[in-house]
Every structure is written in structure tokens, then in C-alpha cells.
Design a protein around this ligand. Structure first.
Ligand code: CP
Length: 302
């Protein structure tokens, strides 16, 4: 795609027009309108994943997306690499570049780590989640899922419930929801609410209020590993902010429930919710392949 960034660090790196094109590309890929192999088989690009934090969904879906497009896929193993001997990320990426790798998906615990590569990128880079900063491809696939569910965000209300303060997904998602016309509600215990509530039309500690007003409930994982303050609220979290079928059945309208995964089952969502028709988390997983195929082809296609 013309003008597509070489480093996709944030949803802010994309114009609304580019995002709309990615949504159309993902839709046609899902509907099977594109040829099986997007890339010319004589010039198959190489895509690597380099994950400094664990992942199931992001890493595997990028691998599948690359292979479905006809690209080569390299699962760069951080623990057996020279990163573990102290080589820095820049030298590692330059090495991959000179070996012929075209694009690398990076997950890092350090917020804004890709910033330093924007001026002179060693190769195409895609942020697979950086600290508490951004997870742009997750938010893009979430936006795609909303459209696929017939929920154009324009005029809809989306409640983001949970650990917003520590969520890179929330940062990316709020930006996209706002740009596509949704109203966003933040809901959670005080310890999980962000210091800046820019982007939200309402902030509430009442789940009932959020459920009442919303078309979509986007639940987030409690990220204990990122909390530095007290986590006493954790014990009462499910009672106050978790969703179970009893709570849902009491609502006038059945909600659409999303979660980027992994779910802490019994905390944000009970096991019966995951098995219910209200839960669309597996739709997100399915759609992740097509949105990530769209991103790779926009970045590496001519
Ligand atoms: N949603 C998400 O980023 O999940 P993984 O950590 O499994 O990649």
C-alpha cells in the first residue's frame, strides 16, 4: 500500500484511509477473494517474529498469516539467540536485514522501544505489543471484528472493562474507536483506571452502569505482572467487575463481549460466558489471521 509506514508502532502511524483499506483487504481475504498466494513465488519475502515476551495469539497468527500469503516465516528464538549474550536489538535487526529478512514483528516489555528505529528503519517493523504502550495489530483486528459482527462503531458505545491502566491494547483500541465514531466508557476498580481518561466519555466504577449503556463490552485481562501498587482489589474483582451468565441474563439486551486474550477464567469472565453466544473472543482469533495478512501485504506488497 502506497505510503504505508515502514515501522508500524502505533495506530497513530496510520491514516483513517489506510485503516479503512486494511479493513477492506482483511474482508476480501476472509471471503477468499484474493489469490491463495499473494506474493510472487519467485520473490517470496521473509517475515520473522522476535518476541521478548510470551505470546500465543499474536505470534502464531502472524506466522499463519505470512505462510498463507506465501511468504517465508522465521520464528526467531530469543532465548537461543545472541540477544541472550548481550547483543542489542539494533545489531540483531541489522543482522536479520543483511540475512535477507524483510519484516520483523517485535514484542517487547519496553514501551516505545520501536521509536528509535523510525528515523532509519533497518527493515520493516511491526509492533506486536510494547510494554504498556501500544498493540496496534490487536486493535485493528478488533475493529475488523466489530465490522464483521455488523457493529459499525459510528454512534455505538463500547465499554472497556478491566485493567485499562496497564493495557497497551486499550491505548490502541481507544484511538481507533474514537476515530471511527464510537463513544468509549472506561470501567474498573480505581487501581485499574488510567491517570488520563482522554478518549472516554465516561469513567465509572459501576459495572451495571457500563453494561446498561453499552453495545459492546470489551473486557481486559488483569495484568498482575505489571502492577507495582497493592492488588487487594483482585480478590473481589470477579464479584464486582467480572461477567458471568447470571449477570448477563439479567440485562435487557444480550451484550457482545470481546476480550483480546488470554482470559483469566473466573476473573474477567466465567467459563460459562466463554461458552456462550455472547462471547466473540474466538471471532477475534479467527479475524486476527485476515487482518494480519492485510497488514503484511500492505507493508510488503508492491
Ligand atoms: N492478545 C494477545 O496479544 O495475546 P497473546 O499475548 O497470546 O499474543
Amino acid at each position: 500500500m502506497s505510503g504505508f509506514p515502514k515501522v508500524l508502532e502505533s495506530t497513530q502511524d496510520l491514516s483513517k484511509g489506510q485503516i479503512s483499506t486494511l479493513l477492506s483487504m482483511a474482508k476480501s481475504l476472509k471471503e477468499g477473494q484474493n489469490t491463495p498466494f499473494f506474493f510472487d513465488q519467485e520473490q517470496r519475502p521473509f517475515l520473522a517474529t522476535l518476541f521478548l515476551e510470551n505470546s500465543t495469539r499474536t505470534k502464531t497468527s502472524f506466522a499463519i498469516a505470512a505462510l498463507k500469503l506465501g511468504a517465508h516465516y522465521i520464528d526467531f528464538n530469543v532465548s537461543t539467540s545472541s540477544l541472550s549474550k548481550g547483543e542489542n536489538l539494533e545489531e540483531t535487526l541489522l543482522t536479520l536485514k543483511y540475512q535477507g529478512v524483510d519484516a520483523c514483528v517485535i514484542r517487547t516489555p519496553n514501551s516505545n522501544e520501536l521509536d528509535k528505529f523510525k528515523k532509519d528503519p533497518p527493515l520493516c517493523l511491526i509492533n506486536g505489543g510494547d510494554g504498556t504502550n501500544q498493540h496496534p495489530t490487536q486493535a485493528l483486528l478488533d475493529l475488523f471484528t466489530l465490522f464483521e459482527l455488523g457493529l459499525d462503531p459510528q454512534g455505538k458505545t463500547v465499554a472497556i472493562v478491566g485493567d485499562i491502566a496497564h493495557s497497551r491494547v486499550a491505548n490502541s483500541l481507544v484511538d481507533l474507536l474514537q476515530r471511527f465514531g464510537a463513544k468509549v466508557i472506561f470501567c474498573g476498580p480505581e487501581e485499574c483506571l488510567p491517570k488520563s481518561t482522554t478518549g472516554a466519555v465516561m469513567v465509572t466504577e459501576s459495572l451495571d452502569e457500563a453494561l446498561e449503556l453499552s453495545d459492546v463490552i470489551y473486557t481486559l485481562r488483569i495484568q498482575k505482572e505489571r502492577h507495582t501498587g497493592p492488588t487487594a482489589y483482585y480478590d473481589s474483582y470477579h464479584k464486582l467487575f467480572g461477567l458471568n451468565l447470571n449477570k448477563i441474563m439479567g440485562l435487557k439486551k444480550g451484550p457482545v463481549i470481546l476480550h483480546p486474550g488470554p482470559v483469566n477464567i473466573g476473573v474477567e469472565l466465567s467459563a460459562d460466558v466463554l461458552k456462550s453466544p455472547f462471547y466473540k473472543g474466538y471471532e477475534q482469533v479467527i479475524n486476527s489471521i485476515y487482518m494480519r495478512m492485510a497488514i503484511i501485504s500492505a507493508m510488503l506488497g508492491n
